[in-house]
Design a protein around this ligand. Sequence first.
Ligand code: ADP
Length: 505
Amino acid sequence: MMNNVKKKTNSKLKETIKHSLSFKLVGLVATIITVSFIIFSIAIYSLVRQQLIEQEENVTQSISQTFENRLVDIPHTLQISNVVPSLSPNTQRILEGRAPIAANEKTNIFSDDILATLASRDTTVLIYNPEGEIVFSNGTLPKDADMPNYDAHHVLNLQNIDGKLHLQDYTKIYSSKTRRLTGYLVVDNALTKSNAILRRLRNWMVGLSVGAILIFIILSYLTVNSIVKPIKRMSRISRAVNDDPNSQERMPKLRREDELGELADNFNQMLDRMQAYIQQQKQFVGDVSHELRTPVAVIQGHLNLLERWGKDDPEVLDESIKASLQETSRMNHLIQEMLDLTRAEQIDVQYPDEVTDVNEVLTRTVNDMRMIHKDFKITYNDALAPNTMIKMYHNHLEQVLIILMDNAIKYSTDRKEIIVDASTEADKVEIAVQDFGEGIAPDEQSKIFNRFYRVDKARTREKGGNGLGLSIAQKLVESYHGKISVTSQVGSGSKFKIEFPLLQK
Ligand code: ADP
């Protein structure tokens, strides 16, 4: 059983390695580089070889031509006695026991000695009689070397002798006088230098290619690994988060400015955001149940009361029904506000192209408020240019203003006065709602935008607040790329300010 599991894990590992990005990429790079090097090497080698052989062909052919020119002058069948004097008067002199021609004895005859020109060359000249027997040879080829046999008069051939290239030039010699076949001339060029150059080139190429391929493979492995490693890490972290959504594992800072660095940052941000979202959601459900518990408990209390004694007591009956109705309407209000909040979170998608005239909405809302709250003095200072527009759905601006003015009224004390200001500054529209009520303590000011947050739970409940108004306002304002802020002093009042980017014409 254990063994089986182990085997399975092993084969899985092998599979993963085979499908691993590093394996694939390094394999690909290695193949491409190897193939390119092979093609490149073959091309260069062939080019060099061709060049070298072309040169040697010219040399071999000109040697052969020189010999042929001499040999065709011999009218008889070629044999050592007529070949040597024809090729080398100097050799003939030595053979005859005379003094060789001195170097300073600049005679025609000496420059005529074509055998001397062969001294430093790796060229073998073989001359055969028409029977195919060697009558002259200057070089290293074995004397019994078989004479090549061709039909053509003249053949230049590249041959491989003992793994080395040779150029062989074969010519049939016809006497220029009698036009009869007098023998054969074979010039064999051992290509020693070219062979050495080609061998060295081959060795260099193999050595360089193997070295370069190895270096490239190592480099590509390092590069690919530096890419694959963070990806593997990300994969491991996402697996960990998958297993435990609260996992705090994150990508370490990659310290690289490329796409991977960005991906790692985004990955971390995404995880943070996702977990914050889950947390928010949990919190929301908790908050909602908590908020609903009080009205439900109140209604239940009254119903119990009714059940026990109230049915027959019109006073209790009346009071309980009134209280229960009040609580249900509060619940209704709460549900409406929660809906608003949810909607406020998805605005971008719904109203991308709406445009609103700020002054128009402000005037209307202020007037509505004045109507409802006749006991309040609501001032509107409009310092806006005509047709000041912002990119916002007008109902949403109205909703924000109502929340702020509603609060200003709710939390006002003796001085029942509200001032609404509107102005433009640079590329922004600023709207302020100021009251002279109870104010908010500095440490509370940042919290009042949180969901369900109320400074004084009991008091605000009395006033019908759920602690959702400002979070709805904030969500709405921020959805339209605006900002909301508060300045306040306990006892003197508060000023809520919102600003939006001005719509450029
Ligand atoms: P609520 O529905 O309870 O008013 P909000 O989110 O609108 O909820 O406000 C949150 C809390 O902020 C309120 O409970 C209140 O304590 C405080 N607050 C809001 N506006 C004002 C204001 N103009 N003056 C004083 N306190 C305020």
